[in-house]
Design a binder for this molecule. Structure first.
Ligand code: CO8
Length: 261
């Protein structure tokens, strides 16, 4: 399935590797890329050839460096709310996919990129990978489910620390707090481990695999209100001067001066 901003291929039968490929923007998720990912995930649900998925980013530098900040910087509140809600649905489809999806994190997984990795069922990272939710630096908050999924994965205290400071952490730290399952030395090791884990899972009963995913996710359905709070708060912040300042400062490659307005 050829698609702009993606490469998809089978290295091993039934295991589809999906590579987000926008290297000039460190694989940031613009609208077109999110639309492409939606089509790929729909195809994954329908295609019997695909039984497991590895999701990764192009190159050695970035998995996904977040939402596309240039695109984000000009959104009004209504557009932001619509985009957040649409992407919540897409990431929920990834999370609820009955076929196992492993994020192979080969570099920066920041903002929406960290959120995308967290929507996958498991995460394997290379040593050079970096994780973070730096949205506060832009005057906004995580908007693609991060306030909920990061808290579920690492607990409230550590999640708040990461989201309030916007600090990046190494793959080793991410493993210590439970954000990633495994850390390996090289890109090749990462793909080998992801493939061998999926191969083991695919040798089990596919109906049982699907029901494990469904049962685990059902335990988190009470957090639906958290997702809508995230969407409303994200949209409200796009009306502030701090949002304009934060995103403009990134584009102009300077430090932001926030005024709390
Ligand atoms: N969006 C757009 N372009 C980006 C992004 C991004 N997220 N990240 C990097 N790029 C671009 C840079 O602008 C640069 O382009 P150019 O060469 O044209 O100037 C190119 O990629 C290379 O980046 P750098 O030169 O900055 O590379 P460095 O090695 O110096 O730094 C970093 C790498 C640290 C990863 C740095 O690029 C960075 O801080 N990127 C932004 C990370 C970030 O803040 N991510 C969070 C974004 S907000 C978000 O994800 C919110 C999710 C919810 C959205 C809801 C929408 C409604």
């Amino acid at each position: 399935m050829p698609m702009k901003n993606f490469r998809t291929h089978y290295d091993t039968p039934h295991i589809l590797t999906v590579t987000v490929s926008r290297p000039a923007a460190l694989n940031a998720l613009d609208n077109e890329t999110l639309d492409g990912l939606r089509e790929i995930i729909q195809e994954v649900y329908q295609n019997d050839e695909t039984r497991g998925i590895i999701l990764t980013g192009e190159g050695e530098k970035a998995f996904v460096a977040g939402a596309d900040i240039k695109e984000l910087s000009v959104l009004n509140a209504q557009e932001a709310l619509a985009l957040v809600e649409k992407t919540h649905r897409l990431f929920k489809q990834i999370e609820d996919c009955p076929k196992p999806i492993i994020a192979a994190v080969n570099g920066f997984a920041l903002g929406g990129g960290c959120e995308l990795a967290m929507a996958c069922h498991m995460r394997i990272a290379t040593e050079n990978a970096k994780f973070g939710q730096p949205e506060v630096t832009l005057g906004i908050i995580p908007g693609y489910g991060g306030t909920q999924r990061l808290t579920q994965l690492v607990g409230r205290g550590k999640a708040l620390e990461l989201m309030l400071t916007g600090d990046m952490i190494t793959a080793a730290e991410a493993k210590t707090i439970g954000l990633v399952n495994h850390v390996v030395a090289t890109h090749a090791d990462m793909m080998t481990l992801a493939t061998s884990m999926l191969t083991r899972i695919l040798s089990k009963g596919p109906l049982a695999v699907a029901r494990v995913i469904q049962s685990v996710n059902a335990g988190y359905s009470f957090e639906a209100d958290g997702y809508s709070a995230e969407a409303r708060n994200f949209a409200a912040l796009t009306t502030t001067a701090d949002f304009k300042e934060g995103t403009t400062a990134f584009i102009e490659k300077r430090k932001p001066n926030f005024t709390g307005k």
